[in-house]
Write a protein that binds this ligand. Structure first.
Ligand SMILES: Cc1cc2nc3c(=O)[nH]c(=O)nc-3n(C[C@H](O)[C@H](O)[C@H](O)COP(=O)(O)OP(=O)(O)OC[C@H]3O[C@@H](n4cnc5c(N)ncnc54)[C@H](O)[C@@H]3O)c2cc1C
Ligand code: FES
Length: 283
């Protein structure tokens, strides 16, 4: 029988069937899930359990035929332990959790991000490309340098096939144009006449800049952003470690994707995040 989700409390053990270096300090994995689960929606996440080490949230890059694709960037002990895993090893998965992106029809889709934020944006792109409605899709990806761009070949191929427009930038100019992806986003917004929706995932400081740009243009009818730069413990609404002020919304169940109206109400956005102790820290 196909289950809607995996159990909340007990991870299902999945086997790594493929591993590759996606870009510097980031590895891609395909994990075979041994129970039938309905498709993941773009923007949702899993809790990844590395036995004997830690459990933490990871975005979903793809999910097809019960095989899950994730991308893990080296941050500390937990992510390094995953990166050290190999084909055949077992890891625990809970999920799929959280509210997904909700793309409307008849708009330009402007997808912008960097770092591991590109993981949910890859699944969002796949989802949009499969829809019957054919609208313009623009990807704005930025990184410090060429070797830190995630899914570079994947997006570049789709651009070459004219399925989307890939605007790529690096801080050092080693690929694409030199500068931040927000520069090209604003340039596009100045020239375009069509209503647009912005989807963003990446460091929260970058998302705050994107949000402030988007607010200046009436043609931006919504902004949907992934709050993945946040600490989570349970992943399904129990512990409140991921709550934001003053709304008290828990990122894991009320997010991680929030729309523009919701983001306006989150005073913590771009200002404060909670750390492992529950204390607030300036972003
Ligand atoms: C919804 C969501 C989606 C994410 N998707 C991805 C992804 O696709 N790929 C990816 O590489 N990373 C992703 N992350 C971030 C990832 O969870 C953290 O980088 C990871 O937990 C760090 O653990 P660590 O032991 O390696 O590092 P640590 O040294 O423990 O911590 C490094 C940093 O990660 C933060 N962190 C630690 N534990 C957690 C936790 N349980 N929840 C959130 N942040 C934590 C710390 O506050 C610190 O800022 C996502 C986070 C969220 C909330
Ligand atoms: S991580 Fe526990 S409530 Fe969100």
């Amino acid at each position: 029988m196909t289950k809607q989700t995996l159990p909340n409390t007990k991870p299902i053990m999945g086997r790594i069937i493929k591993k590759w270096e996606e870009c510097e300090d980031t590895f891609g994995f395909l994990i075979d899930i041994p129970v039938k689960v309905k498709g993941a929606k773009p923007g949702q996440f899993i809790m990844l359990w590395i036995p004997g080490v830690d459990e933490y949230p990871i975005g979903i890059a793809d999910f097809e035929n019960n095989v899950l694709e994730i991308g893990v960037s080296k941050m500390g002990v937990g992510t390094e332990a995953m990166i050290n895993k190999n084909i055949g090893d077992l890891v625990g998965i809970r999920g799929f959790y959280g509210k997904p992106f909700q793309p409307p029809n008849k708009v330009n889709h402007l997808i912008i991000g960097g770092g591991f934020g590109m993981t949910p944006l890859k699944l969002l792109t796949t989802y949009l490309l499969l829809r019957e409605e054919k609208e313009e899709i623009h990807i704005f990806e930025g990184a410090r340098s060429k070797n830190r761009l995630m899914y570079l070949d994947w997006f570049q191929n789709l651009h070459d096939q004219k399925k989307l427009v890939f605007h790529v930038s690096t801080d050092d100019g080693s690929y694409g144009y030199k500068g931040f992806p927000t520069v090209d986003l604003e340039d596009f917004l100045q020239k375009s006449e069509t209503p647009s929706v912005i989807y963003a995932a990446g460091p929260e400081r970058m998302m705050k800049v994107i949000f402030d740009i988007g607010k200046k243009y009436q043609k931006v009818i919504d902004m949907q952003m992934s709050f993945a730069d946040r600490y989570m413990r349970c992943g399904f609404g129990l512990c409140s470690y991921c709550a934001v002020d003053p709304t008290g919304w828990r990122i894991c169940v009320d997010g991680p994707i929030f729309n523009a109206k919701q983001i306006e109400q989150i005073e913590d956005f771009g200002n404060y995040r909670r750390i492992e102790t529950g204390e607030k820290q300036r972003i």
